[in-house]
Design a protein around this ligand. Structure first.
Ligand SMILES: [Fe+2]
Length: 363
């Protein structure tokens, strides 16, 4: 494997890897280490999604959003989860039987019943990282362009350089700050329908009041920030005005052209990206009928590294307390049930909202 600089990009992390021997297990591990430390790794090679899954499973366990996983495994079930279950449980098989178990398809394509077959189909996606409200171990996303990707873009921004550019006083503050999260519909992904939106919400911020550290590191110890780009609800123990003032300063230091890598896709390429200190964005507005089809595989790196930043979370921080994963899932389940019952009561009284996420249950 060889590496070279990414074109039109000058930040200190991020490389292109080439001449990779995909059948050499040492090289596969070396690539995993590179993705963990470089945060953005472009590979201009057309590798089957199945092979990418095999490569990444050598790095670590597959990662799925906690609540989506609970829904699919039926740890949580019932009418209040039905719509989301249908949305997260079936897409891949309908679009392509060859898509391996741990990959998701991001596409506008629809099923025969006119149901969207991928995640986040419509519109643009603003800066975000996956599962931003969870203090998790480092996860790597492998994003592949399968077909129809020409003239579309994804942008990547690693926060490492921005963190290093802060004054030492500010860095010390960042290390202490705890972010409060609140989900706002259609902020991260304008243009989603209500079902897509609620599915995304249960992947990103299943409960308002979840908390994460602002400071984070990759499994290799590279420092940066886990920026709550679309779910920021202030810092713990600080007024909203003061929180906003500090967050504005951090955003000003982070969202700079010189830190952004833009991938102009051609079919048959991959970008691997970290999710702890790295954000991504889709500036391309995907419209009805668009044929762009991407595959996304998400894995931890816990088989390569044996430290806290490579291990899957065992606790979730919510409103100042730590919950075990199971207790947190239980909390979200009860909350979802409450939302469902409120909707159901309104329906009975004939005052339900017509575009609500449970509308499918009427049929
Ligand atoms: Fe994403």
């Amino acid at each position: 494997m060889k590496i070279k600089s990414l074109s039109n990009y000058s930040a200190s992390v991020g490389v292109e890897a080439y001449d990779i021997d995909w059948n050499c297990s040492e090289e596969i591990i070396e690539l995993g280490r590179l993705c963990s430390s470089q945060c953005i790794v472009f590979v201009n090679q057309n590798i089957p999604v199945k092979k990418i899954n095999e490569v990444m499973i050598a790095w670590g366990d597959p990662s799925m959003a906690l609540i989506h996983e609970a829904i699919i495994s039926k740890k949580v079930h019932g009418r209040h989860w039905r719509e989301i279950f249908l949305n997260v449980g079936y897409p891949n098989k309908e679009i392509d039987e060859n898509i391996p178990k741990y990959a998701s398809i991001i596409s506008y394509k629809k099923s025969k019943k006119n149901r969207p077959l991928g995640f986040f189909q419509n519109g643009e996606l603003d800066w975000h990282s996956d599962q931003c409200a969870f203090d998790d171990g480092q996860r790597i996303i492998g994003l592949q362009s399968l077909s129809g990707s020409e003239n579309s873009q994804t942008q990547f921004l690693c926060t490492h350089d921005a963190y290093e550019s802060l004054s030492s006083q500010m860095q010390s503050m960042v290390k202490e700050l705890i972010v409060k999260h609140k989900w706002v519909d259609n902020f991260m992904a304008p243009g989603l329908n209500s079902l897509q939106n609620v599915t995304l919400r249960y992947g990103m911020v299943p409960m308002d009041g979840m908390e994460t550290r602002l400071y984070s590191e990759t499994a290799t110890g590279l420092p940066g920030m886990k920026i709550p780009s679309h779910s920021f609800d202030g810092f713990v123990g600080m007024s909203r005005a003061e929180s906003d003032r500090i967050m504005d300063e951090i955003k000003k230091a982070t969202y700079k052209e010189k830190y952004i890598y833009t991938q102009n896709w051609q079919d048959g390429q991959i970008v691997f990206m970290d999710q702890e200190i790295t954000l991504h964005k889709r500036p391309t507005n995907i419209q009805d009928g668009d044929q762009r089809t991407m595959a996304r595989s998400i894995f931890y790196v816990n088989k390569i590294f044996n430290n806290q930043k490579s291990q899957r979370l065992t606790q979730v921080r919510y409103k100042g307390d730590f919950y075990s994963v199971d207790d947190f899932i239980d909390l979200v389940d009860k909350d979802r049930k409450r939302i469902f019952e409120e909707w159901n009561n309104k329906e009975k009284l004939g005052i339900g909202e017509s575009s609500h996420e449970f509308k499918h249950l009427k049929k």
